[in-house]
Write a protein that binds this ligand. Structure first.
Ligand code: GLN
Length: 562
């Protein structure tokens, strides 16, 4: 009996960045999984950072933390959400990691005096990383490898060379190259233009890669003649030139791809004969997203309000929670510095809920604390995530417990009242790479709580990414107040969830629930936060539910590039 061979699909991108390779790759992954295949995904990032953990979210978007504590690219979030499958550190390969391994080996003398070069040493290490998930899980049918960057970039060349070699070393039906490209519509000429695609495929062919399938990002559908033209100039059969047309929600992309026959074409190339995928759960969630029967307005108050990618998973989690509540969630982004300057009432008077997301650094903290005071006093639902929980603890200490100078050690190291501090074993750490509490940790919930009602279990596991913690010295102080410590680490040392119990819905969590929300299974706390926001708006407007009209776009990725 011949051994099972894992097949590889390599997805490259051309013309411009941000075409949505991550969404396209994840959508294909979902379709193949729904056809019964065991699918895994790898993101190759051509930057020299070992991981994105130390990168500025302004430049790079959110850092997606996995159960195993690895800090990864935000595309891993799409992989987990579309495939409903947890990823691990093997699923994100960076140039930094590759060079780190090769240089360590060289210093150890493992290369026995050889000159260490990009070809073959770097490319061999890339190939080893791409093969690793297949070796750890030999029953994997297909691995989709997404190459970050754009064809023609200097940085991504070793990755492209490595995948060229992998195809050469494999049976023809065991690898497939898919190229995602842009076919822009030039309004003044009234035409779709194919030239950028021709050039980008030419660049790929020059390095020995001939894509078999083209996915063309386009605002207008591709006519038969355009597909023929692209096919002819790019040496691709025109039936394998697929449109990747702009859609209303990213969760519609797999449905469109399937309608267009993309998964059929992929299976044909890989010599796989499989039945039709059952996409009914995805059809259902897209239809619920498009037909909400109520609407809530949630404010997100953070530092990076102009860069939505920094809060990618939170936006997605709201979409999932909206779908489960049949509600459209309108997100408004409020700068915490503006709140500090102009007051909370100016920005928050008509909201149905406030979320304070995670964050680092002192900037804007006072505005967040002010926003929390406002919603606590006005009984508006509140959800604090990580830094958001820490700010809620500070706000309560200052305004209810009378500890006027309560602070976090992170923002004011000289504070006499550090209600948020560093744990003793973390003090003295100066190296910022990988020194945080990272990854999945268990927590035990008090059964008399909103969180327990949401999770319906008292044992949970959630992902963390922070340095500072609730200071246990102040437990006594909170004991007689309405701020309750309702989620703790199993050894009782670390506070994981707080709730203010004389409020309709006021929950703060030290972890990042957004990282575990899935389109087919909204995170319980996001779901219940939106339920509370709906209840709040219903109460505010009498029994009437806010009508849904079209003057505002719903929250999230409407019209967003995928
Ligand atoms: N800056 C805070 C800490 O390090 C919160 C981190 C976060 O919100 N992810 O503890």
């Amino acid at each position: 009996m011949s051994e099972k061979r894992t097949k590889y699909i390599f997805v490259t991108g051309g013309v411009v960045s941000a075409l949505g390779k991550g969404i396209a790759s994840s959508s294909l992954g979902l379709l193949l999984k729904k056809r019964g295949l065991k699918v895994n995904m790898i993101k190759c990032d051509p930057y020299i950072n070992v991981d994105p953990g130390t990168m500025n979210p302004f430049q790079h978007g959110e850092v997606f933390v996995l159960d195993d504590g690895s800090e990864t690219d935000l595309d891993l979030g799409h992989y987990e959400r579309f495939l409903d499958q947890n990823m691990s550190r093997e699923n994100n390969v960076t140039t930094g990691q590759i060079y780190n391994t090769v240089i360590t080996r060289e210093r150890r003398g493992d290369y026995l005096g050889a000159t260490v070069q990009v070809i073959p040493h770097i490319t061999e290490e890339i190939k080893a990383c791409l093969r690793k998930p297949a070796l750890s899980n030999p029953d994997t049918d297909v691995i989709i490898v997404e190459i970050g960057g754009t064809v023609g970039d200097i940085e991504s060349q070793p990755f492209l060379e490595a995948i060229r070699q992998m195809a050469l070393e494999s049976e023809p039906e065991d690898t497939l190259f898919i190229h995602l490209t842009l076919v822009p519509y030039i309004g003044t000429a009234g035409e779709l233009k194919t030239k950028p695609t021709q050039h980008s495929v030419k660049a790929l062919r020059e390095i020995g890669i001939q894509p078999k399938i083209l996915l063309c990002r386009t605002a207008k559908d591709l006519s038969e003649s355009i597909r023929k033209k692209i096919g002819l100039f790019c040496n691709v059969a025109s039936k394998y030139v697929f449109p990747a047309i702009d859609v209303e929600t990213i969760y519609e992309v797999p449905l469109r791809f399937h309608q267009d026959g993309l998964d059929d074409a992929v299976c044909k190339h890989l010599g796989l004969e499989l039945g039709e995928p059952d996409l009914s759960d995805w059809e259902n969630l897209v239809s619920r997203f498009k037909n909400p029967n109520q609407r809530v307005k949630i404010a997100i108050c953070g530092k990076y309000v102009n860069l939505k990618d920094a809060y990618k998973s939170i936006i997605e989690a709201f979409i999932h929670a909206g779908i489960e509540n049949d509600a459209r969630v309108d997100l408004i982004w409020v700068s915490s510095e503006d709140i500090k300057q102009y007051g909370a009432d100016k920005f928050l008077s008509d909201i149905d809920g406030l979320l304070i997301p995670g964050g680092f650094g002192e900037r804007g903290v006072e505005g967040k604390i002010e926003a929390i005071r406002y919603v606590r006093e006005k009984n508006i639902p509140f959800f604090g995530i990580c830094l958001g929980m820490q700010c809620a603890v500070i706000e309560f200490a200052r305004n209810i417990c009378g500890l006027e100078d309560a602070h976090s050690y992170e923002f004011y190291a000289d504070t006499k009242k550090p209600v948020i501090h560093l744990m003793a074993d973390q003090e003295g750490i100066t190296n910022l790479g990988g020194t945080m509490r990272l990854g999945a940790y268990p927590a035990v919930l008090d059964e008399d709580s909103k969180s327990y009602a949401a999770y319906k279990t008292n044992g949970i596991s959630e992902r963390h990414r922070h340095r500072y913690e609730f200071n246990n010295t102040y437990r006594e102080m909170y004991a007689d107040t309405s701020l309750k410590l309702i989620g703790m680490s199993p050894d009782g040392r670390l506070v994981e969830i707080i709730e203010v119990v004389d409020h309709p819905w006021f929950v703060g969590v030290q972890f990042h629930p957004e990282l575990k929300s899935r389109p087919t299974k909204a995170h319980p706390l996001f779901r219940e936060f939106i339920t509370a926001a709906v209840a709040y708006t219903v109460k505010k407007n009498g029994s009437e539910v806010t009508s849904v009209s079209d003057e505002l776009e719903p929250a999230g990725h409407t019209r967003e590039q995928y």
